[in-house]
Design a protein around this ligand. Structure first.
Ligand SMILES: [Zn+2]
Length: 148
């Protein structure tokens, strides 16, 4: 449950001199800013040589998920395209080489703009092996769970 902003008490505005101005803490929402709690979603995929798979997915649980970093570990190179399955929104125009889209846990790839998947939403991945051998890919979507 979301609390009222501790600065404006939920009034969305604060008195500055003789005028009311938009609350600078909650940016006029009247709600306490919730930074969220650490959470990550994983998708593990096993590809055979040069195999392409569509719509590998994981369902978002009962809180919105703000995706902030992309991390992957794999036994070979691959291309991938992440899609918000509910909004049908792809994050790239085509599948992107693994070296250009995913970081490691020690050096994660930060999203230029974090993205919020809604409750019961779906992270989908279209993926293709480039290694011409069996390829075990473990994708990790790191971010925070927000209050629903
Ligand atoms: Zn406020």
């Amino acid at each position: 449950m979301q609390q009222s902003c501790s600065m404006c008490g939920g009034n969305k505005a604060v008195q500055v001199g003789s005028s009311l101005q938009k609350c600078p803490v909650c940016e006029g929402t009247g709600k306490e800013i919730q930074p969220g709690l650490y959470y990550c979603y994983g998708i593990d995929i096993v590809l055979t040589a040069l195999q392409a798979l569509s719509n590998q997915s994981v369902q978002i649980l009962d809180k919105p998920f703000k995706w902030m970093w992309a991390v992957a570990q794999s036994t070979g190179t691959f291309t991938s395209q992440v899609v918000d399955g509910n909004a049908k929104r792809p994050f790239s125009n085509q599948q992107i080489h693994s070296a250009n889209a995913w970081g490691t846990a020690q050096n994660p790839f930060p999203l230029v703009q974090p993205y919020v998947f809604g409750v019961r939403g779906q992270i989908q991945v279209n993926i293709t092996d480039l290694s011409n051998a069996n390829n075990t890919v473990r994708l990790t979507f790191i971010g925070v769970e927000l209050d629903a």
